[in-house]
Design a protein around this ligand. Structure first.
Ligand code: A3P
Length: 274
């Protein structure tokens, strides 16, 4: 008799992503405590349960704003654990919304706001669980005011900046990972007390390169996999931002993040100037 295999959280998430029909914002999104979420993959009940969520000692926690390299970081941790155990490991990977840092190590990946906005706009276009924007200009208005799924980029960074000095929290930028991956990987692996040899660093680097992840995207992320690995570049924002939009983000950055530790880490002058 054929046995039906129980689906993992991740498989259920991928099923939901693929089977949803793109409809109106009213049908696809819901508001929880002032922030929009996709109703196909999030629920008020889940957020309620998270109020009492407790991490286990061996949990590895990644926090990111959407489109800042979540899937990349997940794959990196997966490969780090695999090379250290010298076997392919299957990590449970529930996607959760998380309030306060607790007692376990938390890896935070941040990315410059302009590339994040462009990546998010393209993701909205390709994901059936998210409503369609008729133009980049309309999306930009909602992004800058925080009226997009998972809330405001700027509020998010401001909030996590409060925890940046916590020894249990380490922030790494998407840009630094692109520019000097081995150094960032070494930092990440040591932070989680899973130090890697030079050889292991090379192995993880090749398994988590953009090309390798894109090629495997259908296996790892299903039919929509390609959309999770679009370009993986720094500076794509220059192809779509108007000068006025660029200045608007500059002003917002100045108001919210100038002089903060995470603001400094983002190296805004290098990555966000025309
Ligand atoms: P782009 O849309 O700019 O290409 P998230 O996983 O948080 O949704 O982030 C998605 C962004 O990370 C996408 O950016 C994607 O291409 C990029 N990305 C994913 N894996 C990557 C990798 N291995 N190297 C570089 N960028 C990667």
């Amino acid at each position: 008799m054929a046995q039906s295999k129980q689906k993992t959280d991740r498989e259920m998430l991928l099923d939901a992503l693929q089977s949803t029909k793109k409809t109106s914002a009213e049908d696809l999104l819901f508001n929880y405590k002032g922030i929009l979420y996709p109703s196909t993959i999030c629920s008020k009940e889940m957020f309620g349960a998270l109020e009492t969520f407790e991490a286990r000692d061996d949990d590895l926690l990644i926090v990111t704003y959407p489109k800042c390299g979540t899937n990349w970081a997940v794959q990196i941790l997966h490969e780090v654990v695999s090379v250290i155990k010298n076997q392919e490991v299957v990590l449970d990977q529930p996607m959760i919304e998380f309030g306060n840092p607790q007692t376990i190590e938390i890896l935070m990946i941040i990315r410059n706001p302009k590339d994040t906005a462009i990546s998010f706009f393209n993701f909205y276009k390709s994901m059936p669980v998210l409503p369609t924007y008729e133009s980049w200009n309309l999306f930009f208005k909602d992004f800058i005011h925080g009226n997009v799924c998972f809330g405001s980029y700027f509020d998010y960074i401001v909030e996590w900046n409060k925890h940046v000095d916590d020894k249990k929290v380490m922030a790494v930028t998407f840009e630094d990972m692109k520019i000097d991956f081995p150094t960032q990987l070494k930092k990440i692996s040591e932070f989680f007390e899973l130090p890697l040899t030079e050889e292991q660093i090379c192995t993880v680097q090749s398994r988590t390169s953009f090309k390798s992840m894109k090629e495997k995207s259908e296996d790892t992320h299903g039919k929509l996999g390609d959309a999770f690995f679009r370009k993986g570049q720094i500076g794509d924002w220059k192809n779509l931002f108007t000068e006025e939009q660029s200045k608007e983000v500059d002003t917002k950055f100045q108001q919210y993040l100038a002089g903060t530790k995470l603001g400094e880490l983002l190296n805004y002058a290098k990555y966000c100037k025309m």
